[in-house]
Design a protein around this ligand. Structure first.
Ligand SMILES: Cc1ncc(COP(=O)(O)O)c(C=O)c1O
Length: 379
């Protein structure tokens, strides 16, 4: 079992940060790597052609280890919206409707909505309303049929952490020939993910949350359905002759293999890439299963203390320990409650009506006790 990893971060010691779903704190080592990268900017004459590509390949490799893919299936992106731009630029029409879920994150939602509008495909949003998580998941699975062109959803619900039955949905998509597109931003890095086992066709993740990367860097997995696709931009870096700087205008018609064509231009991002790589290395070192266990240990304290006081949690099978919501009694105003947390220097997010708690390895039992104590004093 991992111990608390707070020492690897520079979080303000007077606060409780239960908001990795908002933005991860910078690892101390990432800060050092950034400073080194800034120093490198002083003397560009030291930069060799291969330095433009090395770090990119390392990032692709470390991310591929986390999601069970090949590194050539990974692209480096500036945002999830950019990743979805590439995905939807390459989806073929083979059905009459597409599916997403209620309150899907806007970057994915608008990508599928606009694609559907452009191609006269009906977009069905599967609402949860008052359904249990199990019933809602069943409704999603049952709605997929031979007329389904695409299913796009987040790997867990980004507002309240409800688990989505990715395996069953992926299997059904495969069976009926639908694309399965997943926004993994709020779980990849904190919860195990295997894109092949889940039959995911494209997985897009922002880097600045559970992957401990910088803002403005995201990562995407593109399965073989996309390996001959057309990227939304034409970067010289994505051509197979890119390393040959003196020969670039001997225009090379070939893209780099597999997902290499979807890498954003100026992929190297000399200042941000070292932070991204460091985050991914650290996650590989901790092990996602150990991160999961650690978060579970802390979340269990919250559940065992607060459930008897009538605070509601998602049912066990659909509960995520690293991101979940506190179901407060109706008489407690969520905005007021959040204000009270702020006053007590406890930071988390309100998303819709959900008091969203997110936990990672920099949190400890003291953080958890502080949250519990504010909840108890609000009842
Ligand atoms: C599920 C999810 N996807 C994506 C993002 C970020 O989107 P983008 O990279 O397009 O800014 C967030 C940010 O909160 C998110 O929660």
């Amino acid at each position: 079992m991992l111990n608390c990893q707070k020492d690897l971060f520079s979080l303000d010691s007077n606060i409780t940060y239960l908001n990795c779903a908002y933005k991860a704190p910078l690892l101390k080592k990432g800060e050092k790597e950034l400073l080194k990268a800034i120093e490198n900017e002083r003397n560009p004459f030291k930069l060799k052609a291969n330095n433009y590509f090395e770090i990119t390949e390392k990032i692709r490799n470390k991310f591929s280890n986390i999601i069970g893919s090949h590194s050539n299936e990974i692209a480096i992106l500036p945002s999830t919206s950019y990743g979805f731009g590439n995905v939807f630029n390459n989806i073929k029409i083979n059905g009459s409707h597409a599916i997403t879920i209620e309150n899907e994150f806007p970057s994915g939602y608008f990508a599928i909505k606009n694609w559907c509008a452009k191609n006269s495909i009906y977009l069905r949003t599967i609402k949860r309303a008052n359904l249990s998580a199990k019933e809602w998941n069943k409704k999603i699975i049952d709605s997929i049929n031979v007329k389904t062109n695409i299913v796009l959803l987040s790997s867990i619900h980004w507002m309240n952490g409800t688990k989505i039955m990715l395996k069953e949905i992926g299997d059904k998509c495969k069976k009926v020939g639908a694309y399965f597109i997943v926004d993994g931003t709020q779980s990849v890095g904190a919860s195990q993910m295997d894109v092949k086992k889940l039959n995911i066709d494209a997985l897009i993740c922002a880097g600045y949350k559970w992957l401990f990367g910088p803002y403005s860097m995201a990562l995407g997995y593109f399965s073989k359905k996309f390996h001959n696709g057309t990227p939304i931009e034409e970067s010289w870096m994505n051509r197979t002759n890119a390393l040959d700087f003196s020969n670039l205008t001997n225009y090379d018609p070939n893209y780099k293999p597999m997902a290499g064509r979807y890498n954003v231009g100026e992929t190297t991002n000399f200042l941000l890439s070292p932070i991204m790589l460091n985050g991914l290395k650290q996650i590989n070192k901790w092990g996602v299963n150990n991160i999961e266990k650690y978060c579970k240990k802390l979340a269990n304290i919250i559940i065992s203390e607060l459930r008897p006081l009538n605070i509601k949690f998602e049912e066990k099978e659909f509960f995520n320990s690293h991101l979940f919501s506190l179901g407060l009694p109706k008489n407690i105003n969520a905005v007021e409650f959040k204000r009270k947390l702020d006053e007590n220097h406890i930071f988390l997010s309100l998303r819709g009506n959900s008091i969203r708690v997110s936990i990672n390895v920099f949190n400890d039992e003291n953080d958890i006790e502080r949250l519990i104590s504010v909840v108890k004093s609000s009842l």
